[in-house]
Design a protein around this ligand. Structure first.
Ligand code: AMP
Ligand code: GLY
Length: 425
């Protein structure tokens, strides 16, 4: 069967890597892909915002399943248009993608259906938002309602800071995303994420993971898309994962059915594990990046039938096997990321790493010259991903591999996994 994968990051390389191992795969196409994906798939230059162009491509190339990596095309209704054209798609409708596309929508849904999350209020103008802040305990969390590439969240330690964030959001710092602002109580605890395949009311748990969102060691510096991750996450042990399923993910799947927007795809629950139990911080309607990379390393089962079953609404009875080992990934980024950075620097040394089955370097922002020279063309560029008996072993393997990569213009965190390693036994 031919598959079209949409996206160009490390997440999509990891998905391509797993899909390419499936016996059921015919040809894998990727739009637009990257230099790593190009080793597994035919990369094609498709305008993803042109839905009828995507549909035409699927018809011409006998695509049986479209797998959508990032959230923006889902929020824009790509899955709806593919479905209307009778093309199977892994990824939710625009109505269901509101779980990521509108924080206000998700908070109201949680409130209506008793799903644990931070207390919140929604505002469409600054004055009322500021009045709310005036007698709210600190810190206080101010969020732009819509998609803001992970940047629309301010954790304000003072009321002044909260007011500034409110003014900036309503002044258009995040464009349309900031037309509405959500103000939340600050949740204390340890963050983790949990992933599940969902099709209507049927939920198949995948696994948990932990990400490192700040750019620099010790969780300092600006927020990024994620600088490293590992799975499983010790804070999400079997009992906690079960609570997440029963208290958060299953009720959400049921709620989306009840609201007339059944969910189909992978649901990514960003969680705070608080003293009272797990609480939802946010939903994403896609795999995490770089969490997907560690999940795919640990998944023993064939991914493609699971994606197909989700797309077809035939998930019940599906069970997946996972490797017991820990997978850990370290993101190598271009110096300057998440701010401005140079494009085009040369990366050498990856050829020294090919022999090890427990080590995969997933590509994100890379391209290759005609002569094979590998270049960095994005912020996050490589995800050095290793399996090990535990976090310590996986981490040692990943960092040993990084030593062989010659890329002076890159940087990476040296402490991925620190939270898991510093837990009391
Ligand atoms: P979000 O984009 O909603 O995931 O928020 C980005 C980050 O802000 C999260 O990963 C958390 O670290 C933090 N955050 C968001 N909401 C809260 C909250 N209510 N309490 C504490 N931290 C939060
Ligand atoms: N790593 C965080 C995300 O994918 O949103």
């Amino acid at each position: 069967m031919n598959v079209l994968l949409i996206g160009s990051g490390g997440r999509e390389h990891a998905l391509a890597w797993k899909i390419a191992q499936s016996e059921r795969l015919g040809t894998l196409y990727a739009a637009p892909g990257n230099a790593g994906i190009a080793e597994l798939a035919r990369c094609v230059d498709l305008d993803i915002s042109d839905h009828s162009g995507v549909i035409d491509f699927c018809r011409e190339h006998d695509i049986k399943l479209v797998v959508v990596g990032p959230e923006a095309p889902l929020v824009a209704g790509l899955a709806d248009d593919l479905e209307a054209a009778d093309i199977l798609v892994f990824g939710p409708s625009a109505a269901a993608a509101r779980l990521e596309g509108s924080k206000g929508f998700t908070k109201e849904l949680c409130a209506r259906h008793g799903i644990p999350t931070a207390r919140f209020a929604r505002f469409t103008e600054a004055q009322a938002a500021k009045a709310h802040v005036a007698d709210h305990p600190l810190p206080i969390v101010v969020k732009a309602d819509g998609l803001a590439a992970g940047k629309g969240v301010v954790i304000a330690e003072s009321r002044k800071e909260a007011e500034r964030a409110i003014d900036e959001m309503f002044a258009g710092a995040f464009g349309e995303a900031g037309r509405e602002v959500v103000i939340e109580e600050f949740l204390e605890g340890e963050e983790a994420s949990f992933f599940a395949l969902v099709s209507g009311e049927t939920v198949v748990p995948l696994a948990g993971a932990q990400d490192h969102k700040r750019a620099f060691d010790g969780d300092r510096g600006p927020n990024t898309g994620g600088m490293g991750a590992y799975s499983p996450a010790p804070v999400l042990d079997a009992a906690m994962a079960d609570r997440v399923l029963q208290e958060i993910v299953r009720p959400t799947a049921r709620a989306m059915m009840a609201e007339g927007a059944p969910y189909r795809g992978v649901l990514y629950a960003g969680l705070m594990i608080t003293a009272e139990g797990p609480k939802l911080i946010e939903y994403n309607v896609r795999f995490g990046d770089p969490e997907c990379q560690v999940l795919m390393m640990r998944l023993a089962s064939d991914l493609l039938p699971a994606l197909l079953a989700t797309a077809r609404g035939e998930l019940s009875g599906l069970s997946l096997d996972w490797r017991a080992e820990t997978a850990l990934t370290v993101v190598m980024a271009t110096k300057g990321y998440p701010g401005a950075y140079e494009k085009g620097s040369v990366i050498r040394g990856l050829e020294h790493l090919r022999a090890d089955p427990d080590l995969v370097v997933f590509h994100a922002g890379t391209c290759r010259d005609a002569d094979g020279t590998l270049r960095a063309i994005g912020g996050r560029v490589l995800n050095v991903t290793a399996l090990g008996r535990d976090v310590a072993e996986a981490r040692a393997r990943a960092y040993r591999a990084i030593e062989k990569i010659d890329w002076p213009e890159g940087f990476w965190r040296r402490d991925i996994g620190w939270r898991a390693l510093s837990r009391p036994e």
